[in-house]
Ligand binder design. Sequence first.
Ligand code: NAD
Length: 437
Amino acid sequence: MKISVIGTGYVGLTSGACLAKIGHQVTCVDNDEEKIAILKKGGIPIYEPGLKEVIEEVVNAGRLSFSTRIEEAVEDCKVCFICVGTPPRESGEPDLSYVERVAEGLGKSINEYLVIVEKSTVPVQTGKWLKRTIASYNLRNVPFDVASNPEFLREGSAVQDFLYPDRIVIGVESERAKEVLLEVYSPIDAPKIVTDIASAELIKHASNAFLAMKISFINAVSFLCEKVGADVCEVAEGIGLDKRIGSAFLNAGVGYGGFCFPKDLRAFIRIAEELGYEFRLLREVERINEEAKHRFVKKIRQALSDETRPFPGNLRNKTIGVLGLAFKPNTDDMRFAPSIDIIKALLSEGAQVRAYDPQAIKKAQPLLPEVEFCASAEEVAEDADLLAIITEWEEFKKLDLSHIKSRMRTPIICDGRNIFKREEVERLGFTYIGVGR
Ligand code: NAD
């Protein structure tokens, strides 16, 4: 099927490449000319494991191309997926202006029946507005349908998640759109849930809110664990083995971040408010998430202060080595990463921060100009007073800690993701501080 994908970021590029991989003829569009130029030259503007290989395969097979022009991409096309960003405004509402611009472009350029699909995460009832907006530019009254097909892929495993999803949600208001979308996804073996558009939109926000709630729940439990000397990892294992709960998203740490959870949660709270419901449960989820970051900074402060002083110490003249900047492993994405807030707090207290991340340094540099970026974990450890683990990259789990210790000024590890075993680290002579243990 001939398909166009508008917005060639983490979601659009992965979706476009994977739709081509399952046999469709896809054009990916972006208004960022630099991005499209990189892609046309065989490059890839983001880091996402396995994506480069898929793109190479489908470009060579002639099934994926790139363009900056919507009208070129939608010509003779049956389905168009909108995958542009929906970033948060100050008020928490999502900024739908990117979607609006695409709606205008589509309204002006459709030339035959088209299923226009919102894949970007949008608040419930956006489908109705999208339909009206497209119609207002569609002066020739070409028939079209709007549908919702929320995306659940995770950065870091986006290709696998797209090709082997837990479910595919299709929100439609016509039989014709339903048939087209079921055909698009027929090569993918996954449960397909067909709903009305509003339900599909709600499924996305409710799913992300629920996952964020699990993270905040275990973080709240971790505070209690610390009070009584219990280990949150064992508690989480004991909870998670209950099939009704499940073990995913029960890792205590420094809180969630990324382009989805923080903004989707805020948007969900805002849309609920608009609809007359105050979603206090989700406000508390947000509050606990902020608290997790503050508590981590507090642990660092306590670990480095002189206990004989009458007032809590500050971090002046302390060097803190940070391992991990991306909001999670296997991505270079720094959007709303907890590392940003944590590092800014450390800097504001006078600390010097040296940091390393396997992929995110380039994106972190403009956000954290006062940080000294290093080329390896070993370099970060050099003369550091404390090592803070913020992102659980696999390579950090395999570090030669004896070697790391020999480079540090004082051997203290503040493990914000509980990647190490306390006994092993302490046996090497470190002071170990985890989360909830
Ligand atoms: P992104 O910022 O990586 O990509 C968005 C792209 O859209 C950018 O390349 C931008 O240049 C392009 N764009 C903006 N306006 C355009 C226009 N008028 N015409 C053409 N291109 C335009 O964002 P993303 O992470 O891919 O997220 C996109 C949407 O998908 C968001 O709504 C997000 O919430 C949702 N989502 C993201 C993820 C994720 O893991 N990143 C997962 C599921 C859903």
